[in-house]
Design a protein around this ligand. Sequence first.
Ligand code: NAD
Ligand code: AKB
Length: 330
Amino acid sequence: MRSILVTGALGQIGAELTPALRERYGRTGVIASDLANARPSDEFYERLDCVEPEAVADLVERRDIGVIYHLAALLSAAAEGRPQVAWSVNMSGLYNVLEAARRFGCKVFFPSSIAAFGPTTPRLSTPQVTIQRPTTIYGVTKVAGEMLCDYYAARFGVDARGLRLPGLVSFAAPPGGGVTDYAVEMFRAAVRGERYSCFLAAKTRLDMMYMPDAIRAIIELMESNPQRLRFRNAYNVTGMSVTPREIAAEIRKHISSFDVDYRVDPLRQAIAESWPQSLDASAAREDWGFAPRFDLAAMTSDMLAQLTSATGAFDQPIPHEARNANATLE
Ligand code: NAD
Ligand code: AKB
């Protein structure tokens, strides 16, 4: 069997997708890669900057890669701070991956986002096929990415598949500069016994999903029968539609002293208000049978239990810049 490559493997998703893939397909067959230098403890990790086309092609050929999970990207808020870099990483990175996939016959997973929609998209029960005119550089790269993946599928036969993921909540690695990061930050503050200052307004409703559901969605999509996929790039998926106030109230059922105040950041609030409030994910259910297992109550119980049992790990917030040094893959 040919090997699997995960780009951006040290990020919020990669830190959980990589071990899940290694458990399913075998440790030696899954190569993790990111910007951090090679790790002596993991011979199946390689440094890879996705904006370097030769480096991407070389790794894919040398390691006999058959499937690429392309996670490397700048997220919404980080991208808005550095739009030119975001274009380069999100678009050139994807192009280089698709080109390598075309040359060496690889299958590709591309994570799109609710950010691929914009203010002119219907915000409630957002359809699978609808208006996509995002107003952020991140969203522009996600729509263009969806289209580029579809183009490579139609034109060159590259088996590229994608999901429009909502905000992801997880405990293994900190989120990487998105608008939905507030949810993870809220859980971490609650477990540390701290008050949380939320950068979104209390009633800001967005789609969210707990990481175990997202990992399962990614694997199930990639293993699904291609004949059944009406939409390759990308399927709407969601776990719940929630506000900061609702998450705080659910946390308070476990930690009654938890306190939140709202200090709205205008940039991130404006981005959130341009995104859907609830996705219609019926196409994913009909075409490849996806259904989330975690609602807000189940996610909250599990997040709090996991964060509490990670003794000392969450005593201090981990700065995003330090994440590459701290993240573990298994
Ligand atoms: P993250 O920011 O946590 O991780 C991204 C990783 O990419 C980082 O480890 C970073 O070092 C790496 N990276 C950045 N530039 C790179 C480059 N030039 N070459 C190689 N690696 C590079 O992001 P994440 O949350 O793990 O998201 C992964 C993917 O999923 C992204 O495409 C993101 O847009 C998408 N997504 C994430 C969410 C979410 O809530 N986490 C939601 C929707 C879509
Ligand atoms: C972000 O907030 O940028 C991400 C996303 C929804 O794509 N979590």
